[in-house]
Design a protein around this ligand. Sequence first.
Ligand code: NAP
Length: 498
Amino acid sequence: MAQRQSKDQRSHRTSVVIVGTGFSGLGMAIKLKQAGIDDFVVLEKSDDLGGTWRDNSYPGCACDVPSLMYSFSFEQNPNWSRMFAQQGEIWDYLQHCADKYRVRDHIHYGVEFTGAEYDEESRTWTVTTADGTEYIGKALVSGVGALHIPSYPDLPGVQDFEGEVFHSAEWNHDFDLTGKRVAVIGTGASAIQFVPQIAKKVAKLHLFQRTPPWIQPKPDRPVPESVQRLFRRVPLVQRVARAAIYWVLEARFFAVFNKRLGKLAEHLSKRYIRKVIKDPELRAAVTPDYGMGCKRILLSNDYYPALNRPNVDLVTSGVAEVRKNSVVTGDGQEHPVDAIIYGTGFHVTDAFDHLSIVGRDGRKLQDAWRNGMEAYLGMTVSGFPNLFFLLGPNTGLGHNSVVFMIESQLNYVLSCLRPICRGKIDQIDVRQSVQDDFNTEIQSKLGDAVWSAGGCRSWYLDENGVNRTIWPGFTWKYWLRTRKADPADFEITAARGR
Ligand code: NAP
């Protein structure tokens, strides 16, 4: 009896289980609340909400999408202090959204999602968590995103290193970098933000670059108090400004698909390098040899100036080995260091490999994705009824705000959840043919686009070189396709007795 009681206590029944409290998970919770649906829980592995904007607290962490667009359309913030908000301000914004829309009480903290199994008889998902607590829901929404599992490079000998080692997404704020000799591995979106910050403090910074990123100046500036006041008093002005930014960002997509515009953008970036970096060797080392847009185009005003500093050494000969107190490069040179910081990104195309998600007929998601992860509109996978992915396969962006994509998905998913929660339907499962046709269509667009044909290797591509992350089009086209789920795309099972 005692045993049964404790199992019951560790088992929660609800209509919808949402995983994650970043923009996706919180947004889903808010949309459900707004639709009058209160029977849901949000699982959060950490002790606070915020997803990637909670985890990434490295010095200089900021958004490279203008704040007016990097926020929900239904909760525009007139108080952004800069054109491009910094991490703390975005995290505050998410906290504000959780409070304002009263979703905080639905969040179960310290609960790590480990998997889920669909039971066709009861038409429910049983969600398992690291501490053994079970959640049984009619529907499951994944808001875990793509950028949350830090990727650690396999550097030979690193286990014997006696100094401090951490990843940009798990920054050790207790370790004082002042006067230290530091190795930074990687020169991606995160590294180019924290390198200028730590370069001012450290005695020596060895920056290990494998591939130089394309970088453009960041048009960042403080938003004057007068403009913030105007936005507060006349919200329409802010909405117009947001729309203008949306279309400017959307226009960047032309540069990705039009070779001439792409070349022009490369020319401008090279001019920027020439303007800031005077040393010809350094200039050559930071100039990419692949097409712009193949990897994420980065924005920064202080990265190249940081490389000019006498205490910063850009190393391009690759890490051969790590010793007790040093990093040795391919050319045999030994670089003594007190700390190693990884700016090496995240597991993306294999982000779901560690989870056990089992759909209809005992089919595992890993098996469904054996040849690469794919979904219909990035959200639903055939054979996995009532399961929805937010920012799932091929819905990431290089040119505009992912929050726009998330919001399009929230409306779409809500149109499926509403009849489930109201007891009208039991099961909604995308047709395999619909999913296949969709993926054939997008892969044909992606095949010869810059992400695959630009001459680089990036986390946009899976191990077979197939792009599983990027939406190959304008975001308004995605919005048009996701305004509401089309019943014809799904096998729908009416609720029993209906
Ligand atoms: P990233 O862009 O994937 O960069 C990882 C860097 O580490 C690359 O320079 C990569 O080199 C290098 N690297 C990886 N493994 C390595 C190895 N084994 N040896 C040597 N170098 C290695 O990762 P990130 O900088 O963390 O950014 C990830 C994503 O987060 C971004 O693309 C972006 O979507 C997002 N992000 C966004 C913002 C924002 O402002 N919105 C800010 C930060 C991050 P290669 O290029 O040669 O692979």
